[in-house]
Write a protein that binds this ligand. Structure first.
Ligand SMILES: [Zn+2]
Length: 600
């Protein structure tokens, strides 16, 4: 909430209070005292408290939960003005977190020409891209961007793309978020030639003569993205605000933006200042050079983080984001492995992928960031990247002791079994994208042969990490994948994409309650928000979600179809289902309760 809105609200309340004092008899005031604004009763409240207890009812007043308990206990909190909702047995969950998401980048991508679901061949892409181009005219200096290309196995040169569009610079962005293809005009505008060196942590694809072919990976793709002008901050904010509303409809009340440059910081600030932030946001400041362990670099990050600490409830930073490596899928294979990638026939190659930092320098940087009180959120995909990240965090722990910064490693696609126990030992939180852990084209063709069975068995090892005592949290990495938490829940417990599908290493499944924890109380802990959110307990903020089915007892293969009926953030209803049936459910309950209140 903005200061302006707080003041506005305070003024309304003050006015209302005066009015009530002048009109209402003294008894009415006494009746209202300590009563709830809202009571949800006759339901199943999954509290995510320490005992993971389940209650029947919950009451809140303003932004604060008064109590969760039996209907009879909560009854006494119902006053004449209390809005009472009969849940009719429905399940209530704490407001959910997405601990690794890219809301602004995703929203901006969403406005680009979408290649989602289009077969990644030049023949299939051509008509789609040309149709977009026809609707979005531009000159030889105006970039045209298409996003969500299903890039696994896609190969194309700038010349190939010239056959689609030769005059205007075009960029096709892969849906792994790490790869981009441009045409010849694009290469020309970028000024990339055979003489241009690969940026650290990235790869410019080249032909035999060293000339760029038009394909860029990892930090080289970021280099390309940086050269393409972004929409204005206002436009980005408008696109993001629309997306945040959709997130509320999936029960998300808190998120962590996992890639914040000065641009993203401006967009969040604008959304906050204009009162369009229906979400608790934490910003991870992007560390462009993980080898720069100078005091100046650390001070800059600390300053950026401080500037991001705008409102302890709604807009904070306190953490930084670092890439340890790239992606593991063929052909990019920029993830850093302990042992070489195999070729398609299972024979070791000479490629292991590379770390994006020098381990010693990175360890010094992490040590300084930790001493300065910042949490470090590390993208680590390959088992070597995971180990080097743990080593750096171990060095920081040794030098500084436990500073309770709650560092996190994200993605964890491959973890060496020797490292499982280190998460608990070092207090490092495992940020997993649980929806990725399923059998699908992306986890088979471009991965299985190149890793071999011994490593493939540990792909996305959520079960092993959980078994070794690691705290698991969940993020979607949207717009890489859907931010629907219920899809992540279903995949986490079935390791499959849907009913009847083959699971991916089923031994790595986790219990449903662990998956719920990953999106609620454990996520709140990781975000240092557990004093106020993450569970439904007296004194905490009223962030909660009413859903249409009891995910704790339904067929696990239907969890992903769960519909959110209502989402409360900070005690305010920020979403209620517009769908006819669910809307009717909501209105009917309200009407029934109003009638009931009148009778009584
Ligand atoms: Zn990400």
């Amino acid at each position: 909430m903005t200061i302006k809105r707080l003041v506005a609200r305070a003024t309304i309340w003050a006015g209302l209070a005066l009015l009530l004092m002048s009109l209402a008899p003294a008894e009415a005031k006494a009746d209202d005292k300590g009563k709830a604004d809202v009571v949800l009763r006759n339901g199943k409240i999954y509290t995510a408290d320490a005992a993971r207890s389940i209650k029947q009812a919950i009451a809140f007043s303003g932004n604060t939960i008064l109590a969760a308990g039996d209907d009879a206990d909560i009854e006494k909190l119902i006053g004449p003005k209390t809005k009472v909702v009969d849940l009719d047995g429905k399940l209530v969950l704490p407001g959910m977190f997405d601990t690794h998401i890219h809301p602004i980048i995703g929203a901006v991508n969403g406005a680009k020409c979408s290649l989602a679901g289009v077969k990644a061949t030049l023949d299939a892409l051509k008509p789609v891209i040309q149709a977009c181009l026809a609707k979005d005219a531009g000159g030889a200096d105006e970039w045209f961007e298409a996003a969500q290309l299903d890039n696994y196995g896609f190969q194309a040169t700038a010349k190939d793309l010239d056959a689609i569009e030769a005059t205007r610079p075009i960029a096709l962005e892969g849906n792994d978020g790490h790869t981009v293809w441009v045409n010849s005009r694009g290469l020309e505008l970028l000024g990339v030639t055979a003489e241009t060196p690969d940026p650290r942590g990235g790869k410019i694809d080249r032909d035999a003569s060293g000339a760029p072919t038009g394909s860029f990976a990892d930090s080289a793709a970021i280099f390309v993205a940086d050269k393409i002008p972004l929409p204005s901050v206002e436009e980005q904010a408008a696109l993001t605000a629309a997306e945040l509303k959709k997130m509320s409809a999936f029960g998300i009340t808190s998120l962590m933006d996992a890639f914040v440059t000065p641009n993203e910081a401006k967009v969040w600030r604008l959304l906050y200042d204009s009162g369009k932030l229906p979400m608790r946001v934490r910003m991870a400041i992007y560390v462009a050079d993980p080898n720069d362990d100078s005091d100046e670099a650390v001070s800059r990050l600390v300053a950026a983080s401080k500037e991001g600490d705008v409102d302890p409830d709604f807009l904070r930073s306190g953490l930084v984001k670092v890439f340890a490596d790239g992606v593991m899928e063929y052909p990019a294979q920029t993830a850093a492995l302990l042992a070489p990638y195999l070729d398609v026939h299972g024979k070791p190659t000479d490629r292991k992928g590379e770390l994006y930092f020098d381990p010693q320098r990175f360890a010094r940087l992490v040590q300084k960031l930790d001493a300065a009180g910042l949490a470090v959120h590390i993208h680590a995909i390959g088992d070597y990247a995971v180990r080097a990240s743990l080593d750096a965090l171990a060095a920081a722990r040794k030098a500084n002791g436990d500073r309770d910064n709650r560092h996190q490693i994200a993605h964890l696609q491959l973890v060496d079994p020797a490292d499982f126990r280190r998460f608990k030992e070092l207090g490092v939180i495992a940020d997993m994208q649980l929806e990725w852990a399923k059998r699908e084209p992306a986890t088979e063709g471009p991965l299985e042969p190149y890793l071999g069975p011994d490593r493939y068995r540990y792909l996305y090892p959520a079960g092993s990490l959980h078994g070794a005592g690691a705290t698991i949290i969940g993020g979607s990495d949207w717009d890489i994948s859907s931010y629907n938490p219920f899809r992540a829940f279903q995949t986490a417990i079935t390791r499959a994409g849907g009913a009847g599908q083959q699971p991916l290493n089923i031994d790595e499944r986790i219990p449903l309650t662990t998956a719920i924890d990953a999106y609620t109380i454990n996520a709140a802990y990781a975000m240092k928000q557990d004093a106020t959110t993450g569970s439904l307990e007296a004194g905490k903020r009223a962030d909660l979600v009413i859903v249409d089915r009891d995910i704790l007892s339904v067929d696990p293969e239907t969890i992903q179809d769960t519909k959110v009926l209502a989402t409360y953030l900070d005690g305010r209803l920020v979403y209620s289902a517009p769908d006819e049936d669910e809307g009717a459910w909501w209105d009917e309950r309200e009407a029934r309760m109003r009638a009931w209140l009148h009778r009584n």
